[in-house]
Design a protein around this ligand. Structure first.
Ligand code: HEM
Ligand SMILES: *[C@@H]1O[C@H](CO)[C@@H](O)[C@H](O)[C@H]1NC(C)=O
Length: 217
């Protein structure tokens, strides 16, 4: 059925901007099942991989923990993830490499201005899924407080729904934060931002809590 693959490929190529569905990734380092999307930040093919793993008992409109994994080329200064799919008024993750460590800084912005440290979400780095080599660094972390939040002023509740797909957003800067040892360092504006639809339904893991507890112990 080769011709069918060709038709699919041509159809995909005719829809620039439409990304393929998230891939399922079985992580040998953590044992978790992630859904994975590769997001370009340079026309030459460089991109950041964003992966999500969630509990199989997560329910829509109820907060749940999530594990996030980023695979980042070494030329990236900081990489961002917006859980609500746009910059303002949702939990932001900003990650960068500092010597042999990776720093994850939870942030929040009420507009298109420099995001400030945010106490509503908390990341715990999973050492077994955090490493680097001559081309990339990778970080894996548990997040509490990334899948539900309250919009200031209106008080509206927002959720990342575990039962389907959610629009996420990313941002890329070539510049390291000025005080890279500090999670609260100021950061420079991104050079690129992008959106994609991330599949959460296939990111579900049985025994998520037990596995994560073992990984962070
Ligand atoms: C110093 C830090 C930052 C500054 C000064 C900044 C500023 C801005 C500005 C001015 C825009 C509007 C650009 C336009 O309209 O073309 C924008 C858009 C955007 N920014 Fe940031 N940003 C910062 C950090 C971040 C971070 C950490 C993220 C995390 C993912 C992010 C995600 C986005 C996204 C997705 C957009 C597109 C518009 C939207 O969906 O809201 N930004 N930013
Ligand atoms: C370097 O590390 C990244 C992230 O863990 C991995 O995806 C990549 O395959 C590694 N490259 C080599 C040559 O080992």
């Amino acid at each position: 059925m080769l011709w069918k693959s060709w038709i699919a490929l041509v159809a995909a190529l005719l829809q620039p901007g439409k990304s393929a569905a998230s891939a399922v990734f079985q992580d040998p380092d953590t044992g978790l099942t992630f859904t994975s999307d590769f997001i370009l930040y340079k026309a030459d093919g460089r991109g950041i991989t964003y992966r999500i793993a969630i509990p199989d008992n997560a329910q829509n409109y109820v907060p749940y923990d999530a594990v996030v994994q980023l695979v980042v080329p070494n030329d990236v200064g900081w990489a961002g993830l917006a859980w609500g799919g746009s910059m303002p008024r949702n939990p932001l993750l900003v990650a960068w490499k500092n010597n042999n460590d990776v720093i994850i800084s939870p942030r929040w912005a009420n507009g298109h201005v420099s995001p400030q440290p945010y106490s509503g979400s908390e990341y715990t780095i999973i050492k077994g899924g955090t490493k680097s080599n001559s081309t990339h660094w990778q970080v894996t972390a548990l997040c509490k407080g990334c899948t539900a939040w309250t919009v200031p002023d209106t008080g509206a509740q927002r959720w990342v729904l575990p039962g389907g797909s959610n629009r996420l957003a990313m941002a890329y800067s070539p510049n390291k934060p000025s005080n890279a040892a500090s999670p609260t360092s100021s950061i420079s504006i991104h050079e690129v931002h992008s959106y994609w639809t991330h599949d959460f339904a296939r990111a579900k893991n049985p025994n998520f809590e037990a596995t994560v507890q073992r990984l962070i112990a």
